[in-house]
Design a binder for this molecule. Structure first.
Ligand SMILES: [Zn+2]
Length: 92
């Protein structure tokens, strides 16, 4: 099952989530997750642009980025946001 196939209460574009929480989403969790999502963007060299990730040479997508999407899914009402990740923390 892909992240796109995860059933949520409040639908949103997984490739481009909106800054404002979608109707029905948890506003606090959405805003926190969105902040992490925007901080951890890919740089031109395919590593994360965030300072902490660059210092650790984390390839894209980094753990905070994946966690941010789990948070967005949880804020949007997914009953099992972690189900969209495999054991290595990557989206299935
Ligand atoms: Zn990162």
């Amino acid at each position: 099952m892909t992240a796109e196939g995860t059933i949520v209460r409040a639908e949103f574009d997984r490739q481009n989530p909106p800054a404002q929480p979608p109707r029905g989403a948890d506003p606090l969790l959405w805003r926190l997750s969105y902040q992490v999502w925007t901080d951890h963007q890919p740089a031109v060299d395919q590593f994360c642009q965030a300072g902490a990730c660059r210092d650790a040479f984390r390839p894209w997508p980094c753990p905070p980025r994946r966690l941010a999407m789990v948070g967005l899914l949880a804020a949007a009402g997914s009953r099992a946001p972690w189900a969209s990740l495999n054991r290595a923390g990557h989206f299935r």
